[in-house]
Write a protein that binds this ligand. Structure first.
Ligand code: ADP
Ligand code: NI
Length: 219
């Protein structure tokens, strides 16, 4: 099968699988990460097929909605790619990228042992989607899903909190900016990704400025 029809089939598979996904991880998130990855590919040299397959399959099964099981996504991706007769070397690389990509893994150091240009590109594209206007929309969407307050001056942001403490704290959504979203800029891998991150980072800062002016609070 040629690469274009493989990518077409992958797009169909992902669209069907994510039919009922919540707003932050639906097909349109995948489409944005896919398009940003293709854009980054124009400036970085990497294997285009691996990058595009990994972008399309990276959130095929979010552990948050599978009882925390992080192995389901990589397994589903492998099953699909095997059924399409993709060569083993490409499958292994795509699966590795999916395993190591989430920012949980990379920011707290787990995925350090393996890296590749292909991983760096898809990871940058995924991080960019958590920043800027879309990133703001996704954060409040997630907070609404978790029934979190928009802001609460009695719970100040604490970037040093562990994931468990964070979950138990019922932290309001605005804290997520200080605990994660404003830190993403520093974790960008590629030169093009870094440039794109600057603009989205600044947009979040402007947004937070306006947010606190409107609430009459300051942080
Ligand atoms: P990934 O895209 O790697 O699956 P996550 O599942 O951690 O990343 O996050 C998906 C989206 O939900 C991101 O835009 C992220 O900012 C947002 N999000 C995750 N955790 C929170 C939270 N506690 N509060 C607000 N938004 C969150
Ligand atoms: Ni993602």
């Amino acid at each position: 099968m040629n690469n274009n029809s493989l990518l077409e089939k992958t797009i169909q598979f992902v669209k069907e699988t994510l039919q009922d996904a919540e707003g932050g991880h639906d097909w349109f998130h995948i489409e944005r990460v896919f398009n940003t990855s293709r854009m980054l590919l124009q400036h970085e040299s990497a294997d285009a097929l691996t990058v595009q397959l990994a972008a399309l399959l990276h959130d095929i099964a979010d552990p948050k909605f599978h009882q925390g099981d992080e192995s389901i996504g990589p397994k589903m991706a492998r099953g699909f790619l095997e059924s399409e007769g993709v060569d083993e070397k490409t499958i292994e690389h795509v699966v590795k990228i999916i395993q190591l990509m989430s920012f949980k893994n990379s920011l707290d150091g787990d995925g350090k042992k393996f890296t590749s240009k292909e991983l760096e590109i898809v990871q940058d594209a995924d991080r960019l989607d958590a920043m800027g206007a879309i990133g703001i929309a996704r954060a409040f969407n997630y907070g609404g899903f978790k029934n979190r307050a928009l802001y609460d001056p009695s719970i100040p942001p604490n970037p040093n909190m562990t994931k468990e403490e964070y979950k138990a704290s019922k932290a309001p959504t605005i804290n997520h900016f200080y605990e994660k979203l404003l830190l993403l800029k520093e974790g960008m891998n590629t030169e093009t990704g870094k440039k794109m991150a600057q603009e989205r980072h600044q947009f979040m800062l402007d947004y937070l400025g306006q947010f606190f002016r409107e609430t009459g609070l300051s942080l």
